[in-house]
Design a protein around this ligand. Sequence first.
Ligand code: PHB
Ligand code: FE
Length: 334
Amino acid sequence: MNMAQTQSVKVIASAPDPVLGYCKFQFGSFTFERDMYFVHVSWPKGVHTIEVDRFLRAMVRDIGWGFFYGWIFFDDVFGTQNHYGTVDIYAGTYSKGHRDTGVDFLETFNTDDVRVAFETISKNWINEGYDPLRAPMETGSPLGPKTKDAAGPLIRGFEPARRMMGLPGDVSPRSDASGHPINRAFADMSFDKPDIEIEPGFEDQVHAFNLFDHIARADVTWNPSFTSITRACICCVTSEEHMLPVIHGNDRNEWFIQLTDEIHWNIQDKNTGNPRGRIVMKSGDVCAMPADIRHQGFSPKRSMLMVLENGTPGLEEKYANGELEPFPITASRW
Ligand code: PHB
Ligand code: FE
């Protein structure tokens, strides 16, 4: 695990632009500037432009997920890598074209400094009426000049269960009472409560709830929430509509179980972005994403997905140095 502490770096905001009202930000060697439609990221050797919607949808998730496992690509060029204590921000490092022409750039920061910088930028650039965690059809537009900062928490839907949702004292599943009605896409499902019959003496130890009901009420998409944690086995569920707003580069295996509907996945080589595969997961399908790829999902209608992660500290090093093969099982062992 790379716990090396780097120098603390603070994000610096400019005065608001007199025409559009947004600030420009300097963070280390990077500058971040937005206009009506685009975000322009510059670094000493180059500039890169990303649509503002795509950028903000990626940035709030990167913050909310604590930079996740491995790489979060905002697009093919720009993103972050989590070293669990420090975070790299890179531009072109994993794009063959940028590397070949020598304009790639990477800088390492303390995790907390990146979190504060990304929060500062997102708060300034997100207007009331636009929520980048919602499905595009369920929120307003991020385009245009600054109006008013969005009220309410930017980052939500990721409150971890300590043991399991719904246990006394733990996080509660979503409900009408918590302000989460069933989403329009799941109106045709039935959500019976489980019958729980407990042997005397085990009343505090047995628990069940309807997981579909909880997922059907999500007001966010592509934002997994921890449902149960058993040692390092992290079980997350999420409701997906439109596209995963990031391209995730794995530093370990992760498992997907498609609970309803379907998701189409693009799988690419992690270092070059070259295509490696396509997977169409239909309801009931299970797949393991290898540790040496990047992937992005497309959900043509809102669907439910379970994501299983292995949170064992230091696992990323065992994959990086070849001690573990990138697949959970190889053909020779079947
Ligand atoms: C993933 O990168 O594996 C991922 C992220 C968010 C989701 C689903 C999958 O909602
Ligand atoms: Fe992933």
